[in-house]
Design a protein around this ligand. Structure first.
Ligand code: BGC
Length: 736
């Protein structure tokens, strides 16, 4: 009997070994991914390889069913996991289990100037994406804020390449720990929505390398993003989605990107270019990326049968087909076929807490003056107010809806009015004051363009009776108001809000204005309004964060990630003719060149209304004299810059210490100064802390167009240390 058992177990072991020996390497997740990719590739037919490169539905692309390699599910992005979309068109699928946490918009995240917040964001969003079984999240976006008219600025991280770089990396790293790929977008130069599908951007190599590429580079090289989305627009004559310089040479060769380049939805235009110029996956063709759809078969995509035909005709080398397929397999193994990924979670207390914390730190206190000589500043709100009037459509509006592809269906939503009522109860009254229409894309004629007089009159009359008035206005994510597919058509506030603000101020001097927007707006009433708060789009817990800051439960610590010009023409992009913005409908020239944002305001001596890096606190911070480890930067060397910062007020607070570098004399034009380091620190009242930054030679360099390298010249450099780009507390010099 014993012998029978031994023989049986031997037999079993043999069978098992035989089965294991036959397990294809691509299925064995103990093997390195590259071994699995090569193994899968050699088992695939040409047709199967080509089939990986184009969509099978609006938001999925196929795997290799014969080999058990699963499909990829893509989803927007970037502020939460979008609701399910129909298989073949843009309609909402109407599921009942796809409500999520809406996180603050990326402008708000950037305004925290806190990379730890970005890490928390990526982690929480990655967990929600896993729960919803998404493999690729379409975000984050790091297009540079060039003009306040760009309808999509709210999805990006501001005007400064260094700030955007530091903020994008932790988001990607933490998200991808969930086995969910980040898809950085829109690569590159999609800096406006007008004519986004074809506008041909002309710019200098310096502007490209110094301003528009660094955040993408950081996302790929440091963040290790597994995918990237090509932009809709053209660059120097060719569509960004199939652009040899941008995709083959810069992204794949220089930055060693080993992931997948996907089109923006409908961003491919030519089979040969798509095949040869670095595109890997084509999605959403024959749509406008938002609303329109036409009858088509997926095989008719540029990377569909037409691509297969070119390969069979020998016009596209097999090495190109293998490279694309390998990248897509790598992405599938990293995500859909990753057996070690966690399950994920949806709408948890932790996710809401994360959304609230980011909102708390992202809100920017732009202005906070006393209403009379002897009075204290208007904010934080006095606890003893008996009657608080809240005015404005945005006090109750779901700003998670609209905006385009970043729209979200939320499970929980605390509006600003809810948030204030939770703190102040029935001391709060509400008047709408103006109306701005239901959330929608396009069809702008349906959107009311002016304030309804009766709404304004009601608000103003209630304002006379209240002790304090809090107006919650701004833009609203409809077409032309911070929305994909169109730019803003005016710099000022829409829906008659200017008039409403002026009348409210005349009725009650205790006026707090909270602007919800992803963009700067013109403020003709800025002198009259004592307290102004930039409240962004803050997602599910936005109303809590706003109430926290207005009440003083949270001390504001956000800083502007972009400048607020007083007039539109004070912004570099708008200081030239229409060819600079928006272009002549075919071409566009970035005439301000490298002088984007504060680089323009500083260098051209055109002060911004609220400068880059600006944000007030309920406490004050005093800076000590900086100490430098050496005043000479040698090649390959480092310089340490230390500065002590003290909370010199009465309440705990957070400060963002900013270090800018300026080149005193150079053979090319350089901005007065550029952000090179920053650190956010928390200080109790009276507490002091020393912040130490390390500069290297790279921080002194510019992109030299002649040699196509980064170069530092000898001479004197200035180090500016301060609390914003204009509130500079100390200037030191350094030689190289
Ligand atoms: C947008 C992308 C988005 C895609 C899919 C496009 O219209 O530009 O950002 O990810 O649609 O919804």
């Amino acid at each position: 009997m014993k012998r029978v058992y031994t023989t049986l177990s031997l037999l079993l072991a043999c069978c098992l070994n035989a089965v294991l020996a036959q397990t294809p390497l691509y299925l064995d997740d103990k093997q390195p991914i590259e071994v699995r990719v090569q193994d899968a590739l050699q088992r695939m037919t040409l047709e199967e390889k080509v089939r990986l490169s184009y969509a099978q539905s609006k938001f999925s692309s196929p795997g290799v069913p014969r080999l058990g390699i699963p499909e990829l599910w893509w989803s927007d992005g970037p502020h939460g996991v979008r609701m399910e979309i129909n298989w073949n068109d843009w309609g909402h699928a109407g599921w009942t289990n796809d409500s999520v946490t809406a996180f603050p918009a990326l402008t708000a995240l950037a305004a925290t100037w806190n990379p730890a917040m970005s890490a928390a964001y990526g982690k929480a969003l990655g967990e929600e994406a896993r729960y919803r079984e998404k493999d690729v999240m379409l975000g984050p976006g790091v297009n540079i804020y060039r003009t306040p008219l760009n309808g999509r600025n709210f999805e990006y991280m501001g005007e400064d390449p260094f700030l955007a770089s530091r903020m994008v990396v932790p988001y990607i790293r933490e998200m991808q720990k969930n086995g969910v790929a980040a898809c950085v977008k829109h690569y590159a130069l999609n800096n406006q929505e007008q004519w986004r599908g074809h506008i041909d951007v002309q710019l200098s190599d310096r502007a490209l390398h110094e301003i528009y590429l660094p955040a993408f580079r950081a996302a790929i090289v440091e963040g290790g993003a597994w995918s990237i989305m090509g932009a809709y627009n053209k660059i120097r004559g060719t569509h960004a989605c199939h652009h040899d310089l941008m995709l083959n040479r810069i992204l794949k060769q220089e930055w060693n990107f080993d992931g997948v380049v996907v089109t923006d939805w409908g961003g491919a235009h030519d089979t040969r270019e798509a095949a040869l110029n670095g595109l890997d996956v084509e999605m959403g063709s024959y749509t406008n990326g938002l609303t329109s759809e036409s009858d088509f078969g997926y095989d008719d995509y540029y990377l569909g049968h037409a691509y297969l035909k070119l390969v069979k005709a020998g016009e596209v080398p097999l090495s190109v087909v293998d490279d694309k397929a390998a990248r897509i397999l790598r992405l599938i193994f990293r995500t859909a076929m990753n057996r070690n990924k966690p399950y994920g979670t949806l709408c948890t207390e932790e996710h809401y807490a994360t959304a609230e914390a980011i909102g708390n730190e992202g809100i920017v206190l732009l202005k906070n003056s006393p209403v009379s000589k002897k009075a204290a500043p208007l904010l934080p709100l006095r606890e003893d107010y008996r009657s608080i009037l809240v005015v404005g459509d945005n006090a109750t509006r779901r700003l998670t809806e609209g905006g385009g592809s970043s729209e979200l269906k939320v499970k929980e939503m605390v509006s600003p009015l809810d948030g204030l009522r939770a703190l102040y109860g029935d001391r709060v009254k509400y008047a709408k004051g103006y109306t701005s229409g239901r959330p929608m894309y396009g069809r702008v004629k349906e959107i009311p363009q002016q304030v309804t007089d009766s709404l304004r009159a009601e608000a103003v009359s209630l304002a006379r009776e209240a002790e304090v008035v809090i107006m919650i206005g701004g833009l609203n994510k409809n077409h032309f108001q911070d929305c994909e597919g169109g730019d803003r058509q005016q710099y000022g506030l829409p829906f008659g809000q200017d008039k409403l603000i002026e009348e409210l101020r005349a009725a009650n001097k205790n006026l707090v204005l909270v602007l919800l927007s992803g963009n700067a707006v013109e403020m003709p009433w800025v002198e009259q309004v004592p307290a102004i708060v930039q409240g962004w789009y803050l997602g599910s817990m936005g109303g809590k964060s706003i109430a926290n800051v207005l009440s003083g439960r949270v001390n504001p610590s956000g800083k502007l990630p972009f400048s607020f010009p007083a007039r539109l023409t004070d912004c570099g992009a708008h200081a030239f003719d229409a060819l600079s913005y928006p272009g002549d409908s075919i071409r566009q020239e970035y005439k301000e060149d490298i002088l984007v944002g504060y680089r323009w305001h500083d260098t051209k001596k055109v002060p911004a209304l609220f400068p880059f890096g600006h944000g007030l606190s309920y406490t004050t911070f005093t800076y000590g004299k900086p100490v430098l480890s050496t005043r000479q930067m040698v090649p390959g060397g480092e310089v340490e810059v230390s500065v002590s910062v003290k909370n010199s007020g009465n309440v705990a607070g957070k400060e963002v210490v900013q270090l800018y570098v300026g080149d005193e004399k150079c053979s090319v034009l350089r901005p007065v100064k550029e952000l090179k380091q920053f650190r956010k620190i928390a200080l109790q009242a009276g507490e002091e802390q020393t912040v130490t930054f390390t500069l290297t030679e790279d921080d002194l360099k510019f992109y030299d167009e002649t040699s196509a390298t980064w170069k530092a010249e000898s001479g004197k450099f200035k180090l500016y240390i301060g609390s914003s780009s204009t509130d500079i507390r100390a200037v030191e010099t350094l030689k190289r």
